[in-house]
Design a binder for this molecule. Structure first.
Ligand SMILES: Nc1nc2c(c(=O)[nH]1)N[C@H]1C(S)=C(S)[C@@H](COP(=O)(O)OP(=O)(O)OC[C@H]3O[C@@H](n4cnc5c(=O)[nH]c(N)nc54)[C@H](O)[C@@H]3O)O[C@H]1N2
Ligand SMILES: Nc1nc2c(c(=O)[nH]1)N[C@H]1C(S)=C(S)[C@@H](COP(=O)(O)OP(=O)(O)OC[C@H]3O[C@@H](n4cnc5c(=O)[nH]c(N)nc54)[C@H](O)[C@@H]3O)O[C@H]1N2
Ligand code: SF4
Ligand SMILES: [Mo]
Length: 730
């Protein structure tokens, strides 16, 4: 058969690069020949990273599951997996879920959604209906080990957690990056394929990139300037910058002046946080803090951006609030080169109502408030392990996980590992037997990657440019395989009725239909008539049909200012000093008064990402894990010397919750007193079936992170800055 070419989006990370894939289908056998960047993709312009080729490896991976599996425990205790048919699997799963719900109520069933949920349009569109049919409040996701603070700040300031502002890096002359490493991560809450060239372009047009990070990262090495900061103290840096903006009369509200409330309250609240007052906590020179505030305020097109490093910490909520406030006070919110809101072709906020999903209920054991219909995943293990204390309350007895590996990705994963082992029922919608799904009684593997159609419902809405693109499946799924949406829809239907009959039940709706509707009723859906206003998006008349004819995607232009129109606050105004933030400032004041030096012999542990990792799940790809071991403890030469450690030595790292051993890597890129490890490793656990990953097992940083360390305001896990001791082994 002749070699053919297919164009699609890479759905492995937030950069959504366009791919050009050559392939051949011979006697029913599908073969990927090459995967390269699609030069005709108007957004990614041919860029890819080394992970793109892994789509071929995942497609061919002998460990990838193709059939439902049921766990069988032999009399001697050994566990085996029996392949079963879809009818049996879905019927048994639905029956068991209904039994548990009838006996203990819906909250006895927990649900966890992992990161790829937002990278699969099928799961994204169908899992919520299934969760609704379960009727449980015990819903958890990776959002609470990632971006809850971003959502909380967006809700408080702009009226909706999903109305997230995006840095307009293609038009900025000053990019302040706090706690993000886009050169390794390819960007986050900022879909920006080929971020390296976009960063370079800022410098080439005479602009500057400044990085604040306890590690001199890959991004910091390319930046114009880098400063270390002590983990978890960014809130003080940001407060001091806001204090400086007021004290040095740098506040320029510009066009938005008429819609902003709370300025005086804010000014009073930050008054005590001078650069001098925060210097010893942060480790930053007051002169530098003041200069950063001045530079940001005095550059016409500038933006302050923060990501995982400032989100997964004890003051994540305050940090994300202050980052938005800084952009607002310096006139960089809703302006080109600053933070802007997107106008995606499918606008999931199109019909948004005033937002109420906060603290409608609380977690049973720690009493943490719900946010966005979820409880913080840091509470999940205790919700399984702790017996009820009050009438009518129940612990979680069954779990459904989808696209997630919380044993490796959430704090005190070791405890969660033990908790999962005690469940009456666990069902995992996943493509591998990994550290989490090995506890499942049923694994339901969907068709994935190259076998699926795809639309980036989330990431077009978080992108630095408005674009749109639909990917058709490259290969047909196997006839006996199921799509994720078919699995969730069928489970939903079975949960909703006791008389489910597969012969007469309605067929699950293909998400392509929903995507078509979303496009046609979206802001670019109506064909242009010629008499629309000149502002606002152009109207090419988009539908699924249009996108099928444009496999490289369609450019819809740069982000544009749209406030106050786009605000979703009830009064269409922005209050910069809402009560939850003001109240949480007391917690920051208390910490600021505490001694700023950590105890001798104690280090602060932070996480890092490498270009060739993708959270926990791509270590089974040989070409991504070969070469030097990346699962090392990085530490500063001074610290190494005082501990008698050199590169390659085995070190023991201990925290309140656990201990791990791994090789040391001594590097001046680490701030003294801070050590770093990648997350997503630890594939040595019994029963895992990831042949390659097991050879590169590493250890899990989340066997050290502490589930009791949580941002009190948002419920997000405080993974950054965990107190650990380090010693040389042997
Ligand atoms: N210490 C520390 N911990 C962290 C982080 C950190 O920086 N430091 N980062 C956090 C962040 S930002 C995140 S997002 C989380 C991620 O945490 P999780 O989402 O819990 O973990 P992943 O490793 O992304 O797991 C992805 C799972 O999805 C499965 N999968 C892959 N493709 C598909 C598919 O198409 N369908 C289905 N059904 N399953 C699929 C994989 O087999 C794997 O089990 O980790 C968090 N944990
Ligand atoms: N290659 C690769 N790409 C990925 C992923 C991956 O696992 N691998 N994961 C994807 C996911 S799920 C996400 S959410 C994004 C995340 O995207 P990013 O946020 O860009 O990712 P990180 O590399 O974790 O960057 C966090 C940075 O914060 C720093 N940091 C840690 N603690 C602190 C602190 O207290 N203060 C400050 N100022 N900095 C701190 C760390 O040193 C690190 O450099 O990446 C996505 N892309
Ligand atoms: S940066 Fe790499 S993993 Fe991310 S979308 Fe592009 S090719 Fe895929
Ligand atoms: Mo994430």
């Amino acid at each position: 058969m002749a070699i053919q070419t297919h164009y699609r989006a890479c759905n492995l990370c937030e950069a959504i690069c366009g791919l050009e894939i050559t392939y051949r289908t011979d006697a029913g056998r599908n073969e990927v020949i090459s995967i390269a960047g699609d030069k005709n993709d108007p957004f990614s312009r041919g860029h890819v990273c080394p992970k793109a080729v892994a789509l071929k490896d995942i497609y061919e991976d002998p460990n990838r599951l193709k059939h439902p599996l049921k766990r069988i425990v032999a009399p001697d205790g050994t566990i085996d997996w029996q392949p079963i048919g879809w009818e049996q699997a879905l019927a048994e799963v639905a029956d068991r879920l209904k039994e548990i719900r009838a006996a203990h109520g819906p909250n006895a069933i927990g649900f966890y959604a992992g990161n790829p949920s937002v990278h699969n349009s099928g799961t994204f569109l169908s899992a919520p209906g299934f969760v609704k049919a379960l009727g449980t409040r015990a819903v958890f996701s990776a959002s609470s080990v990632d971006q809850f603070p971003h959502h909380f700040a967006a809700w408080q300031l702009f009226g909706h957690p999903l109305l997230l502002p995006i840095p307009d890096i293609d038009h900025t002359d000053y990019w302040l990056i706090i706690g993000g490493n886009p050169i390794a991560s390819n960007g986050s809450i900022m879909t920006a394929p080929d971020v390296a060239n976009r960063l370079r372009a800022i410098q080439q047009r005479g602009g500057r990139v400044v990085v604040i990070d306890p590690r001199r990262t890959e991004t910091a090495h390319r930046a114009s300037e880098h400063h270390f900061i002590r983990p978890g103290t960014d809130v003080f840096l940001l407060l001091a910058m806001v204090q400086t903006l007021f004290a040095d009369q740098l506040v320029r509200l510009g066009r938005l002046a008429g819609v902003i409330d709370g300025l005086e309250t804010l000014q009073t609240a930050v008054a005590g946080f001078t650069p001098e007052a925060v210097a010893s906590q942060t480790g930053l020179d007051p002169v530098v803090i003041r200069r950063l505030a001045h530079e940001l305020a005095q550059t016409g097109r500038a933006v302050c951006y923060g990501r995982v490093g400032v989100s997964v910490q004890a003051f994540g909520g305050l940090c994300l609030w202050l980052i938005n406030v800084i952009n607002l006070l310096t006139g960089h919110l809703d302006e080109p080169g600053g933070m802007l809101f997107t106008s995606p072709a499918i606008d999931i906020l199109g019909r948004a109502q005033p937002y109420t999903k906060y603290d409608r209920f609380r977690s049973r054991v720690s009493g943490r408030p719900e946010f966005m219909g979820e409880l913080p995943v840091a509470c999940l293990a205790e919700e399984i392990l702790t017996e009820p204390e009050r009438d009518g309350d129940t612990r979680i007895r069954a779990m459904v996980t989808s696209c997630g590996n919380p044993v490796l990705s959430t704090p005190n994963g070791g405890q969660l590992d033990r908790a999962f082992a005690q469940l009456d029922l666990m069902v995992s919608v996943d493509i591998f037997i990994n550290e989490t799904t090995r506890h499942a009684h049923y694994i339901l593997p969907p068709a994935t990657g190259l076998e699926t159609a795809h639309y980036d419902l989330t990431f077009h809405g978080l992108a630095i440019r408005n674009t749109t693109r639909y990917s058709e499946p490259l290969f047909d799924k196997a006839p006996d395989a199921r799509y994720d949406w078919a699995i969730f829809e069928e489970l939903r239907l079975r949960l909703e009725t006791d008389e489910y009959d597969p012969a007469t039940a309605p067929a699950p709706t293909d998400p392509a239909h929903k995507i078509d509707l979303g496009l046609r009723y979206g802001p670019y859906g109506q064909p242009a008539t010629g008499d629309e206003p000149t502002t606002g998006p152009a109207r090419p008349g988009l539908s699924l049909q249009t996108l099928l004819a444009h496999p490289h995607g369609i450019d819809l232009g740069p982000l544009r200012p749209q406030l106050p129109m786009r605000l979703l606050t009830a009064n269409k105004r922005i209050d910069v000093a809402t009560a939850p933030f003001l109240a949480d400032l007391d917690r920051a004041r208390t910490v600021l008064r505490q001694t700023s030096q950590s105890e001798t012999g104690t280090f602060q542990l932070i996480s890092r990402r490498h270009l060739r990792d993708n959270n926990s799940w791509m270590h089974n790809v040989h070409r991504l894990v070969k070469g030097p071991n990346r699962c090392t403890l990085e530490l500063n030469p001074q610290d190494a010397e005082s501990l008698g450690i050199t590169t390659g030595d085995r070190v023991r790292v201990r925290s309140r919750v656990g201990v791990v051993e791994l090789p040391a890597a001594v590097t001046a890129d680490m701030m003294p007193g801070v050590v770093s490890m990648p997350h997503g490793y630890g594939h040595h656990r019994a029963g895992v079936r990831l042949a390659v990953a097991q050879q590169h097992a590493g250890v899990s940083i989340n066997d050290l992170t502490d589930e009791t360390e949580v941002d009190e305001l948002t419920g997000n896990a405080a993974l950054s800055g965990v107190a650990v001791t380090v010693e040389r082994v042997g």
